[in-house]
Design a protein around this ligand. Structure first.
Ligand code: NAI
Ligand code: MG
Length: 442
């Protein structure tokens, strides 16, 4: 199936890559409209497939339309440069598409990841072979049908529903020019190895995280506690940039823990299709077991359960929003990605200390900090090793703002203008020109 998809994508590339950019852009704008017109259906599919609350899935779909529209707008604004070398040459650069691009996406934001991947690839004239996650294949199939409906030619977007080995065939394929992956750091590492061992295809990776979330003494505590709660419990904690390590300055530590506990205990957990629900089901038995495994480890390591710390006693994969306090930096629950509604809380004294703690990780995806001091906000933002820093807010994604990882959280950026860089290659053209005016000066 991968081979069939590559053949179709290669054939489509011959015309798609040479089409007028505004033609591609217009089709993408139509696709965004079609997604918006069918938003409720797509959101329901997403909730059904992933287990996330419908209220949140609606938010995902709204963003999906924005991402496609944003990149549709870029299609006819991709420029090369002319370079005045004044040495008897006319020199210019072009930004050309790569060809067939492989894309492998996860299950936590299935349709949103579809849009982050296809948006920049389509705008720049590439064609796509994408593998969705095995547990959430449906929304990408429906939305890609919409792409056909609005007139995006067959073969431009090819979707494969499959397991890991199907993804491996993409990563190893000799005629796929690039692979973009979102998922675990372990699988990302394998993908890079497979790319290296085959045709040295270009690789971009958006991987795991263990992102720090800092509350300083001078923070607006109402906002800080709300945001800290959203930062970890949003999407049932199944977020690569979840603010899973909370650091609270000593003066406000006890109060923050108390208030966060009250917030966590008030979160409506349950049926994703109940519109009151904020936290739906964990996505699979595998993820449920992983989270419960870490909760057990945390207790064994001696961390104190402030609230939660257990599976909810009802049918379905529900975990009580969980806060661990009295943790230390050597605990696995502080170092490793749990990918569930579990946060650890640590007390700190000084700015220097918390910067060190925040950076004490192999990851580097997101970070949050809360302060009313603009100087501290800028200073600490500069010192944190991560691809995104959110100040007095968290997970504030925007289609025009680049997102990606430092360290082992990945390479390359998605969204924004930077997201286009992954999908073009620069060609430099030098032409010898006559007459040789330049000689006259020498
Ligand atoms: P995974 O990284 O194994 O799966 C993500 C995607 O990669 C899926 O489409 C999967 O089929 C594919 N895949 C798996 N093995 C592959 C291989 N050898 N070659 C090519 N493609 C392959 O993640 P998984 O196993 O679903 O979840 C495990 C953990 O990974 C989670 O608990 C979480 O910590 C992390 N994760 C992080 C995500 C993020 O957004 N950064 C998203 C999903 C998972
Ligand atoms: Mg896996």
């Amino acid at each position: 199936d991968v081979e069939k998809a590559v053949v179709a994508a290669e054939e489509a590339f011959k015309t798609w890559s040479l089409a007028e950019p505004s033609y591609r852009g217009n089709l993408m704008l139509k696709l965004a409209d079609k997604i918006e017109a069918n938003a409720e259906l797509l959101a329901s599919i997403e909730s059904n497939d992933n287990g996330k609350a419908l209220a949140l899935a609606r938010g995902d779909v709204a963003l999906v339309a924005k991402v496609i529209r944003y990149y549709g707008g870029w299609a006819d604004k991709i420029y090369g440069t002319t370079i005045d070398t004044n040495d008897g040459f006319f020199t210019y650069t072009r930004r050309e598409p790569l060809g067939v691009c492989g894309q492998i996406i996860p299950w936590n934001f299935p349709l949103l990841m579809w849009s982050w991947k296809i948006g920049p690839a389509l705008a720049t004239g590439n064609t796509i072979v994408m593998k969705t996650a095995e547990s959430t294949p449906l929304s990408a199939l429906v939305a890609s049908e919409y792409a056909k409906d609005v007139g995006i030619p067959p073969g431009v977007i090819n979707i494969l529903s499959g397991y890991g080995p199907t993804g491996a065939q993409i990563a190893k394929h000799m005629r796929i020019k690039k692979v973009a992956f979102t998922g675990s750091t372990a699988t990302g590492r394998k993908i890079m190895e497979m790319a290296a061992g085959s045709n040295l295809k270009k690789v971009t990776l958006e991987l795991g995280g263990k992102s720090p979330h800092i509350i300083f003494n001078d923070a607006d505590l109402d906002t800080a506690v709300d945001v800290a709660s959203l930062g970890i419990f949003y999407n049932s904690g199944e977020v690569c940039s979840a603010g899973s390590r909370l650091y609270v300055q000593e003066e406000v530590y006890d109060e923050v823990i108390e208030r966060l506990k009250a917030k966590a205990e008030a979160i409506p957990v349950g049926d994703p299709f109940n519109l009151e629900t904020f936290q739906g089901a964990q996505t699979s038995k595998q993820q449920l077991d992983k989270i419960l495994g870490y909760i057990k480890v945390g207790k064994e390591e001696g961390a104190r359960v402030v609230t939660g710390g257990e599976r909810l006693d009802r049918p379905g994969y529900f975990v009580a929003p969980t806060i661990f306090a009295d943790v230390n930096e050597n605990m696995r629950i502080v170092k490793e990605e749990i990918f569930g509604p579990v946060i650890t809380a640590t007390k700190f004294k000084t700015v220097d200390e918390v910067v060190k703690l925040a950076n004490n990780t192999e990851y580097g995806l997101g970070a949050g900090l809360h302060t009313t001091d603009i100087n501290k906000a800028i200073d600490v933002s500069n010192k944190i090793h991560s691809g995104s820093v959110w100040v007095n807010t968290y997970n504030a994604f925007h289609e025009s703002v680049p997102f990606g990882g430092f360290n082992q959280s990945g390479m390359g950026r998605e969204m924004g203008q930077q997201g286009l860089d992954n999908y073009t290659q620069v060609k430099a053209v030098r032409m010898k020109i006559e007459p040789k005016h330049w000689l006259a000066l020498i």
